[in-house]
Design a protein around this ligand. Sequence first.
Ligand code: G6P
Length: 418
Amino acid sequence: MKLTIVGGGSTYTPELIDGLVRLRDRIDVTEIALQDVSAERLDVLAAMSRRMLSAGGHPAAVTTHTDIAPAAEGAQIVLVQLRVGGQAARLQDETLPLRCDCLGQETTGAGGLAKALRTVPVMLDVAERVRAVNPDAWLIDFTNPVGIVTRALLTAGHTRVVGLCSSAMVFQRHFAKVLGVEPSRIALDHVGLNHLTWERRVLLDGEDVLPRLLGEHGEEVAPATGLPIGLLRRLGTVPSYYLHYYYAHDEVVAGQQANGVRAQEVMEIEGRLLSTYADESVTAKPELLTRRGGAFYSEAALDLMASLRAGDGRAHVVNVRNGATLPFLSEDSVIEVPATVGADGPVPLPSAPVEPLLAGLIANVTAYEHLALEAAVHGGRDRVFRALLAHPLVGQYAVADRLTDLLLEANRAYLPWA
Ligand code: G6P
């Protein structure tokens, strides 16, 4: 089959290629179409990809495109991993909120809103262009903020869309390592929104081993959440790393103000990765790529692609339309939960009732996501202000007003209405 990667010039692309080589028995890819707005990045990443495929004995051909249409034509799956404004825009997203003592993070809080404003219009355009030449292709969205982007695409009538994030798979692998078992034996009762999730049960061959993980293995589990084991035991769940931005907000902000933000680290890593990829003697994914948050995301991507291709009905944690799954949210909300994936796409598995401690935050952030989408699609200062006011990490009108001005000023080049 033909696989298209929109944002193929990303430094993450070798992660996917590595997955395709390692896990080739799971999926029969014969052509990889890399699309990117930067011809220069495309050249570097295409050459690196070809070397990796050839060293791994994988027969797939790599083609490069700056336009979406030829890249998407004839593809069964289009994976989108783009970043509007690159890391420079991310640096702004992560530093401006700190001026108001708010979190500096690329997907959570005010930074995530700025990213959504820049990204949603581009993603709608990409999906439109894909549909024009290839209405049957499945679009897998890795582009952040995944929840808002997935909701934007579904709301615009793009039905063959699945939002994907590597975080559940990272926990699955981590728990498996801690327990000394194969990851495939572990299933998660994972609930919430993208980057706002909790593991409520961890099933090893069907038996819940969460009490053991929080008990005897607590000190190995807690660091992956950024929170102390004592808190996890009181919650009785394993929250995603993104929850520590809520549960320890002021502490995280103080740390960022003192030590800088993640974008600075990532810029340095990306510079080094790009020169490594440009080196013709390099034929394998560099170790340095494991320092990116999305290390090993190819595992989640390939597994999902295999189910979409085979329509095998296996369960995957994905971003999907809520429907009636979480009854305290509107049906058109997008949630991140395990879903069976057949030929018609994902269907969420039934979810146990969600306790108020989790449901309150999930509902609050869903309302914010709804307002963020309104702002991204329709523009307008007031819509941006309302989204910020609704966000639990902003909430106060004076802060929301100041952040609105800061974000709009910094993103004017990307927002024709601002
Ligand atoms: C995780 C998240 C992704 C995010 C990444 C950030 O994988 O699930 O949504 O993009 O971390 O990693 P970075 O190296 O860019 O900070």
